[in-house]
Design a protein. Structure first.
Length: 274
């Protein structure tokens, strides 16, 4: 749960920015955690090249295929990612972790049917592995299997510690658009465990959707303090700071996201900072 998908932004003028704070981002994937390192496209390309050299030296090791497949998926190379992850699974069809890696790539590229198949295979091989039901619930939700998604989600929630259960309840509210209820659940999660940046990240997103951008900026700051390279949190922090009147810091954080490789941040800076 440590990989982030690219984000799409609405093109908005400074006047619209001041008046319309909602709808800036496509939703994060349901299972994604905020505790991730987000590499730039250049870094990912370098990683692919290094892993290719490693694979050429020893084509029967699975780990380089898994790592290269993940990097390719993050770069948008769906076909290349699946080729690598298929190879990893073929090398050991009984490894749950390999099905999970392939499922994550399928989720990233929108192959939800394939993701359900892979996650089911992983659950069959290691039913104690954390997070599999939550991932599968998301995939089922995208396929409009709402009953199956709810069953998986509830099973995942009941198996988690109390703070994680509150967080998952908040996620359920968040993706249903019940932002006040989501914030209440995230508040509970933070009270039970104040050391999880994911809790602040999604509480910030719910606050932003509720037009409370000062609170959102504070929560996104907690995330970027812990993970300075978290591009999504930097961008959303920057925009929430701009909405709440702190334009200088907001533009600085957009610039930081751009320096990490997210070129769209510089477009936003030209729109709202100059």
């Amino acid at each position: 749960m440590k990989y982030l998908v690219p984000f799409c932004f609405l093109l908005i003028s400074i006047g619209a920015l001041q008046a319309q704070p909602s709808g800036l981002f496509d939703e994060l994937d349901f299972y994604k955690d905020a505790e991730g390192y987000t590499a730039s496209p250049a870094e990912l390309s370098e990683r692919v090249a290094a892993l290719s050299r490693e694979i050429n030296l020893n084509p029967n090791l699975a780990a380089p295929y898994i790592d290269r497949g993940r990097a390719k998926a993050m770069l948008g190379d769906a076909r290349g990612a699946l080729e690598d992850l298929n190879r990893a699974v073929d090398l050991n069809p009984e490894s749950a972790e390999r099905y999970v890696a392939r499922a994550e790539a399928r989720l990233r590229i929108g192959d939800y049917t394939g993701a359900v198949v892979d996650l089911t295979a992983a659950i069959d091989r290691d039913p104690e592995m954390e997070g599999l039901l939550m991932r599968r619930a998301y995939a089922k939700k995208q396929l409009a299997d709402h009953r199956g998604a709810a069953a998986d989600f509830e099973a995942e929630r009941s198996a988690r510690p109390e703070d994680e259960g509150a967080f998952l309840t908040g996620m359920e509210h968040f993706f249903a658009g019940r932002y006040a209820e989501a914030i209440a659940s995230f508040d509970e999660a933070v009270l039970l465990n104040a050391d999880r940046p994911a809790y602040y990240y999604y509480r910030g997103r719910a606050a932003a959707r509720s037009n409370n951008h000062a609170a959102a900026a504070a929560d996104f700051k907690r995330v970027t303090d812990a993970y300075p390279r978290h591009i999504s949190a930097l961008v959303q922090r920057g925009l929430s700071e701009i909405y709440s009147g702190d334009v200088d810091n907001g533009c600085l954080n957009l610039s930081r996201a751009g320096d990490l490789g997210y070129a769209r941040a510089f477009e936003l800076i030209r729109e709202v900072c100059n």
